[in-house]
Design a protein. Structure first.
Length: 255
């Protein structure tokens, strides 16, 4: 009878050890790859939040500035927000009388100021009559109480608006009927960055979420010509790794 052959105990232990080393190495590679992927995913998410956040704030903030009396209408409440973050509040020129302040997607052209800045930033699609002309409530310089309606060409509208006239019939338009509004951006509980619309007395009209995961938000006015914005985002990736990202943007004020 032939002799039986097989693995010795030492051989089995060596094979088991080698297999364990291979499995451990594979697990480490997998875990490392997963960690890198989650960090990259967090970075992509934060970049998207930053883009959405800065784009939304700057689109409205750039329409603000100083009023006709040179009074600055951008207010930075330094450290008044969550965890010492800033609150940015500003008024935006409104489009009183005859011109819609919002586009077809519901986005604001320019609105919400506690005063009238004429038609700055508004839609230029003025309502015309059958002759292609526009009704304008004309306020004679030095004698605004003698307001009366005139009919002008579209090309002449801007020059009339520049010295205080309004779109539409004088009887149908009273700029004083337009209530004062403010736009405010701030962080609320949970790192949520929100846009708030406020009345003149700062009571809330509406609020919508702009971005999540915002750790800090800072704003600083450079005179009356621009505002510097800085946002810091933070997310927790796999294995408890904290991923942060900071972005700054200078917004030039148009008015």
């Amino acid at each position: 009878m032939g002799s039986r052959s097989g693995f010795t105990l030492a051989e089995v232990m060596i094979v088991t050890l080698l297999f364990s080393v291979i499995v451990a190495a594979g697990s480490m590679v997998f875990i490392s790859g997963q960690s890198i992927w989650t960090v990259m995913d967090s970075n992509i998410r934060m970049q998207e939040s930053l883009r959405r956040m800065m784009q939304r704030v700057s689109a409205e903030l750039q329409e603000s500035g100083t009023d006709e009396n040179g009074v600055f209408q951008v207010f930075v409440l330094d450290g008044a927000g969550i965890n010492g973050s800033d609150i940015l509040r500003f008024s935006v020129p409104i489009c009183p009388c005859g011109v819609q302040p919002m586009d077809e997607d519901g986005e604001v052209y320019a609105w919400g100021a506690p005063f009238q800045w004429g038609q700055s930033g508004c839609s230029q699609q003025y309502p015309t009559d059958h002759n292609g002309k526009v009704d304008v409530c004309h306020l004679p310089p030095g004698n605004p109480e003698n307001a009366h309606t005139i009919n002008v060409s579209e090309n002449a509208v801007k020059s009339h608006l520049a010295h205080g006239d309004w779109i539409g019939d004088c009887e149908d338009c009273d700029p004083q009927d337009y209530t004062n509004r403010y736009v405010e951006y701030r962080i609320v509980t949970g790192g949520t960055f929100v846009r708030r619309v406020l009345r003149q007395d700062l009571s809330l009209i509406s609020q919508d979420v702009v971005a999540d995961g915002i750790e800090d938000f800072q704003a600083e006015a450079a005179g009356t010509s621009s505002v510097s914005l800085t946002a810091e985002l933070s997310q927790t990736a796999s294995q408890g790794r904290e991923v942060t990202m900071t972005h700054s943007l200078d917004v030039i004020l148009r008015n």
